[in-house]
Design a protein around this ligand. Structure first.
Ligand code: UD1
Length: 425
């Protein structure tokens, strides 16, 4: 198992380039199977989840070619409509092929995603929406089976805004007969990016980015090019890396207007920032103060930045209360941060952080993608050496993270399985 070893305590300085958004690239790649023409997608992050999506599309019969950050996909022919357990168990977002397969090929069999480290994550709203559009949906031997000659436009209300659920339904509705209205839709920028790609291919979508999306179904979609939006969570993670080490960091090629909640919260904590159209200059400077944060669907504070902010708050003066309202069991990083000397109490869905703590390097275990990022950030700030085990979680969503951090002056290395353990001070 690979390990990441960090020697902390150095303020980060320099510039970092933000890559394409994983959570936009995944639905965009899945949506290529909605039509036959060639799709050329650029600014695709080379992260493991994107590779997994490519494998899945390949299994379905699409021609997939990755070259650096460019993906060329042609799904003129599909040879299977089944997403197997082996892939779905490694990436829940595999469920994004359900809507496109069903809408274009009349059937889909997708392994039911299981539980994961951040709690039970149901897909009932994806299925209820497809059933409302006339699909016959059943569960057989751990697989979701959905069938429909042609989906029919419907009025769908989501009990809770779901990101991949909204994406699945929007993709399916693009080829349905008639008009679909998704109410209480999720409003994340990644949904808008997917809608923009679908519209370039001939889909008729109105209202993406608001909580009511109207889709008028068309007969077919053609191929198109698309440049994926920058990753707001990757950008946020590097901002916190700058803040937690009290450094001076410039993010290039990011979209600050997708990051309002985070930028406001960082400012409230006392982080100095100058924001341009596609750039953020951070000068952490003075001592930070504890703040309260509540995760919410977009445009609220993103749950995918919660672990990083818990890490940051350990270095701030006073008490911070961080409330997680999107996912249950999303405080797996807290126990590990405590082992590094943080003072954090978890009460239900709230983490109460009392700071500042002088973090000390320790061996810690990553439990999920964003929790791993939180531990890396803590390691960058801690005195001495931190060794992060199960670091493969990071590779699912961060492109060349160690290299990018080294570019900012961090002492961080990846040790492949079988190499000598790092000396722990
Ligand atoms: C997506 C993101 C993930 C992010 C999350 C919330 C991708 C690939 N992943 O995940 O990084 O953390 O949004 O911003 O884009 N829910 C139901 N029934 C459903 C679907 C969801 O009850 O059918 C609930 C979930 O349990 C959760 C909430 O809705 O409490 C939001 O989840 P959702 O937006 O669906 O998350 P994902 O799309 O899985």
């Amino acid at each position: 198992m690979d390990r990441t070893v960090i020697t902390g305590g150095t303020p980060l300085r320099g510039e970092v380039q933000i890559g394409g958004a994983k959570n936009a690239a995944l639905p965009i790649l899945a949506s290529t199977i909605l039509g036959g023409g060639e799709c050329v997608i650029t600014n695709v992050p080379r992260v493991v989840d994107v590779v997994t999506m490519g494998k899945l599309l390949g299994i379905l019969g699409a021609k997939v070619h990755y070259e650096g950050n460019r993906a060329v996909i042609n799904a003129a022919v599909i040879t299977s409509t089944q997403a197997p357990y082996d892939l779905v168990k490694t990436m829940r977002a595999s469920v994004l092929v359900l809507g496109p397969l069903l809408a274009r090929w009349g059937e889909a069999t997708v392994s039911m995603p299981g539980g994961c480290a951040i709690g039970s994550r149901p897909v009932n709203l994806h299925l209820a929406g497809l059933a409302k559009m006339g699909a016959d949906v059943s569960m057989e031997h751990g697989y979701i089976r959905a069938k429909a000659k042609r989906l029919i436009g419907a009025q769908i209300y989501c009990d809770t805004p779901t990101v991949t659920g909204t994406e699945n339904l929007m993709m399916a509705a693009s080829l349905a007969q008639g008009t679909t209205v998704i109410e209480n839709a999720a409003k994340e920028p990644e949904i808008v990016d997917l809608a923009n790609f679908l519209m370039k291919r001939g889909a008729r979508i109105d209202g993406a980015g608001s909580d009511v999306i109207t889709i008028e179904g068309v007969r077919e979609l053609h191929g198109s090019d698309h440049d994926v939006i920058p990753d707001r969570i990757e950008a946020g993670t590097y901002l916190v890396a700058g803040a937690i080490t009290r450094g001076t960091v410039t993010l290039n090629r990011c979209r600050p207007n997708h990051m309002d909640a985070l930028l406001m919260k960082l400012r409230e904590a006392g982080v100095g920032m100058q924001v341009d159209k596609e750039q953020i200059h951070l000068n952490a400077g003075s001592p930070l103060k504890g703040i309260d944060i509540r995760t919410l669907p977009y445009p609220g504070f993103p749950t995918d930045m919660q672990a990083q902010m818990v890490a940051l708050m350990t270095s701030a003066e006073g008490t911070s209360v961080i409330t997680e309202t999107v996912f249950e069991s999303r405080f797996m990083h807290v126990e590990e941060l405590r082992r590094m000397g943080a003072d954090i109490k978890v009460e239900g869905n709230r983490a109460v952080v009392t700071g500042p703590s002088r973090l000390a390097g320790a061996p810690v275990m990553a439990s999920d993608l964003r929790a791993s990022a939180g531990l890396v950030l803590a390691g960058l700030a801690a005195e001495g050496t931190t060794e992060i085990l199960r670091v493969y979680h990071l590779d699912r969503g961060y492109e060349r993270m160690e290299e990018k951090l080294r570019g900012l002056g961090a002492t961080i290395t990846r040790h492949k399985e079988g190499t000598a353990p790092a000396e722990i001070h």
